[in-house]
Design a protein around this ligand. Sequence first.
Ligand SMILES: [Zn+2]
Length: 394
Amino acid sequence: MPTEATFFLAGLFIIAAATGWAFARYSSHGELDSIPDTINADYLRGLNLVLNRQTEEALELFVEMAKIDEDALETHFALGHLFRRRGEVDKAIRVHQNLLARPGLDPEQRDQALFSLGQDFLSAGLFDRAETLFSELDKSPTLGEAALRNLVDIYEREQEWDKAIETHRELEMLTEEKSIEVAHYHCELAEQARLSGDLGLARQHLKGSVRTTSGAFRASLIRAAICQEENDYLEAAQLYEQILASDPRLMVEVLPELLSCYHKNNRETEFESYLKNIINKNPELDNIIAYAAILTDINESKVVDSCVQSFIINHGVLSSFIGINDSSSKSKQLSENDINRITDGLKTLADLIPRYRCTICGYRSEKLLWHCPSCKTWESVRPVHDFKLQNLIH
Ligand SMILES: [Zn+2]
């Protein structure tokens, strides 16, 4: 339902149009009495209908006015936009279709009407009709770029990655800027091919992802998964280690796979050395490894166990649960029972809150997403690494 503000705003548009129109006539002819009374009266009648919430009748009137009033195009575009913003898309479509049917539109006005109608269809979820209109505008000197961006939006929603790649190539030619999205589209295609068992095709798609930094982690994760499927655990482990070296926040995703690769080649001792080495270089990894181990139930590594122990002992709230409050008792080894009790509780706690958050807009999700559905940024969603233990204190 339209709100009071809708009617007020629509009224403002109409008043602005009517007075603008009157001013134009006054300035060019020098006499106020040259305003045709019929059009002036129509605007006032339209305003009256809007203010009385008779939007259907007001719409009919505006549509008729659009056919005869050469000077009111902008007003009608604004009105159509307003209807769409308020969710009255059917009315927006009628306004824009009537504008398009008007004879004598210049190419720029026609492009604007087509674009607005395309946006109406997009809002209504009629993607195929929106796609047709935006495709007509891809060479428009004024709206070509905006039309291509809307096409990309449609192809992303429909997961038509080939078309999205093609459209981005057109955008790149127009803006002379490299699109980071293309790497991710190739990753989408590679992942689809991998899941359908066509590893050769998956590798081929991955070649297209090597063009920007964005998408590199994701491509490496897919490449490592392909290596695992081909039993090349050595190569897979190297790829996982490269990913962790670049972004340790992906520990939850990578650590279980990495451990599995070392296991497959009976390299458990080397796995321990690898972990010791990265913790020596960056002691903050201790907590990140503990977090990943608790969430993914890793308990067959001494180094990982020690990370989990020190995480519990050094955490004020957790250590108080098991009676370790002073520095002397902190040197004690925790019993397996204590550790299991706490890690089970932490895992349950972590399962209650979304583990990932967009670093740009704060959108939270249950799983790792490469494209934030809220702000549409690529690779901005990352693990939170927080059990929200402060919630237990209150
Ligand atoms: Zn976001």
